[in-house]
Design a protein around this ligand. Sequence first.
Ligand code: PLP
Length: 420
Amino acid sequence: MTASLPPSVPMDNPDDMFEEINPLPRLLMGPGPINADPRVLRAMGSQLLGQFDPQFRKYMKETMALYRRVFETNNTWTFVIDGTARSAIETAMVSLVEPGERVLVASFGRFGQLKTEIARRAGAEVKVIDAEWGTVFSMEQLEAAIREFRPALVATCQGDTSTTMAQPLDGLGEICHRYGALLQVDATATLGGMPLPVDTWQIDCVTGGLQKCLAGPSGCGPITLSDRAAEKIYRRRHIEEGLQAKDYIAGAGRMIASNYFDLAMVMDYWSDLGLNHHTEATSMLYGARECARILVTEGLEKAFARHAIASRAVVAGVEAMGLKVFGDKMHKMPNVTGIYIPDGVNGDRARASMLNDFGIEIGTSFGPLHGRVWRIGAMGYNARKDAVLLTLSALETVLAGEGFKLNRGAGVDAALASYR
Ligand SMILES: Cc1ncc(COP(=O)(O)O)c(C=O)c1O
């Protein structure tokens, strides 16, 4: 049986398509996207340049240098992939892994499942180890799985937004290298919000996104590659036919299955060879550069502290309301908090009231947590005291309206106290 096509998409009012886009001023306090920093939006509104204009190449090099600071790395091959965060994950997977190679995915939520799927599509022999949602792995568990499976690549998340958990990574790179594996980390949800010293932790490939702690819109995936990873990829270099020089010799490794996500060609494009590949998403590049510039100017330590403080305030606030935080609190991401929906409260109706009455978006959950857990994010531009207090205050009112017994004002008071 073949699947039928998805339902069509009738417009509520066809005349609306001639209206100017004018979104309501929402406060986005879910697991991402969040409100972009206005400076990022301003940068993205700048006039376009040709991608081989010297001024634009200069912006590209500055973007590379800024992201080296963001990733705390000296990796030459640090740049951005045009496409949302998963495009960077897919680029890494399809370029780093040859069909038939072994990939171990350490999964502790939905985004581990995503990496599993992408690795399978890339033709890898995939083994998955699962941590129960709301928990993370110990280094011993990870080492045992690597020792047994002997993968070419270990892939995991730093923070999995679906469960709000953050996997400790210090030491994992060293273990991977001891067993001859590379380590790839998806830091979409945590980059800029918690420490990720890529060189110190010996991670071979890290990918990110702008729409969480980096205070930008989605649409671009920062990536950094160790020399080890870059060399492995470059052995598979095959330049597009129309661009090959007379003396061109193709790489010995198997051709990368995707053209758009061929990291060897993308490296050629970012390098001083400046080989043509895709047409640069110029406005996204401006945005990505501005996200990194803002973070580096604030200082990584200060940004991490700002996220940790916001997280403590959210936790203090919801607990003072009588709500329970989901998962292992010791390993919670600093920027997203899972909260059990209390008995008797209609989770979807409460979220709708947050949005429609207060203009505040909070998140629902996926898979086993759907209908059980809300997720509140305080990250990037929104890891601010006023945003946290407004959200808690609206939540108190909504919960009271749902008939949940709470001490009105206690949540906001506790959050304020935690800020003091
Ligand atoms: C941890 C993690 N990885 C990957 C993604 C996928 O990012 P995108 O939707 O930008 O492709 C997300 C998105 O929420 C995420 O939270």
